[in-house]
Design a protein around this ligand. Structure first.
Ligand code: SAH
Length: 238
C-alpha cells in the first residue's frame, strides 16, 4: 500500500526491505487510528504522510548517513518529536541507532510509546518532558552524538534547547527551508554563548528546496543553559 515510499526511497540510496515497509505500514495505520482521537500530524492522507513525514525524514537520514554523521550505534535524540518525525523513520531504516524521543505533550508520548511497542523497536526510549528541564538531567546532558529537531523552534531558541544534550564534538541538526541562512545569522549570539558553530548544507527532499543547519558542538555548554521553560523562545540569546 505504501507504493510511493517503496518507489522513491531508492532515490535517497535506500533499499527498504519488506519487513521495513511493513513497519512503516503499521506506523501509518496507527497514525490514522490515533488521529481520530487527537491531532498528531494534521493530514493523515497516505500520500501526504509518505511524502512529508516518511520520505522527508528518510531523506534527512540519508544525508546524515552519507556524511557518516549517522552510523550504527549513534546516540540520537529527537527533540519535540511530535508524532515521531524524524526519529522513528530513522530507527526503522537504520535499526542499529540508539534513539531517544523527547516530547512535551503526554498525549503524543503515549502515541510514540504505543508505536515503539507495537513495532518492537529496540534501543528506543520515549521521554515526556520539556527540553529546558530534561537537558539538566545528568543522564541526558551532553550524552548524545546527534540531536535532531524538526519544526520545533527558530534556531536561536533551538540552539539553547538542543545543544546542551550533545556531547562535545556532537551535533545539533535541523532541517530548514529558505530561511536557514538568515536563522544562522540571527543565532550568532546563542551559538557563541553555547559553544556551537553552524554550517548550512542543501539536501534533497521530495518537495520544496530544503537545507540542513548543522551545529557542531565545540565546547561544553555552561551549566545555566537552557534557561527556564519558555524563556529560550521568549528571550532568545543575542
Ligand atoms: N518534529 C515533529 C513535530 C513538530 S511540532 C514533526 O516535525 O512532525 C513541535 C513539537 O515539539 C510539538 O509536539 C511540541 O509539543 C514539541 N515541543 C515544543 N517545544 C518543546 C520543548 N521545549 N520541549 C519538548 N518538546 C517541545
Amino acid at each position: 500500500m505504501l507504493e510511493l515510499l517503496a518507489r522513491e526511497a531508492p532515490a535517497y540510496g535506500l533499499r527498504l526491505t519488506d519487513v521495513q515497509l511493513d513497519l512503516f505500514q503499521q506506523y501509518h495505520n496507527m497514525l490514522v487510528d490515533w488521529s481520530s482521537r487527537m491531532n498528531l500530524v494534521g493530514d493523515t492522507d497516505v500520500e501526504v504522510v509518505q511524502r512529508r513525514h516518511f520520505l522527508e525524514s528518510l531523506a534527512l537520514g540519508a544525508a546524515l548517513r552519507e556524511r557518516e554523521i549517522l552510523r550504527p550505534e549513534t546516540r540520537v535524540l529527537d527533540i519535540g518529536a511530535g508524532a515521531g518525525f524524524p526519529g522513528l523513520p530513522l530507527k526503522i531504516a537504520w535499526p542499529a541507532i540508539e534513539l531517544t524521543l523527547l516530547e512535551a505533550t503526554a498525549k503524543k508520548t503515549a502515541f510514540l510509546q504505543a508505536v515503539v511497542d507495537k513495532l518492537g523497536l529496540s534501543d528506543t526510549r520515549v521521554i515526556t518532558g520539556r527540553a529546558e528541564t530534561a537537558a539538566h538531567d545528568p543522564a541526558l546532558r551532553e550524552h548524545f552524538d546527534l540531536v535532531l529537531a524538526r519544526a520545533v523552534a527558530p534556531l536561536p531558541a533551538l540552539v539553547e534547547l538542543g545543544l546542551p544534550f550533545a556531547r562535545v564534538g556532537g551535533r545539533l541538526i535541523t532541517p530548514k527551508g529558505s530561511r536557514a541562512d538568515a536563522e544562522v545569522v540571527e543565532a550568532a549570539g546563542a551559538l557563541r554563548t553555547l559553544g556551537g558553530r553552524a554550517f548550512v548544507v542543501p539536501f534533497e527532499v521530495p518537495g520544496p528546496v530544503q537545507k540542513l543547519i548543522a551545529v557542531l558542538k565545540q565546547a561544553s555548554t555552561p551549566s545555566e543553559y537552557p534557561r527556564r521553560p519558555g524563556v529560550p523562545a521568549k528571550s532568545p540569546l543575542s
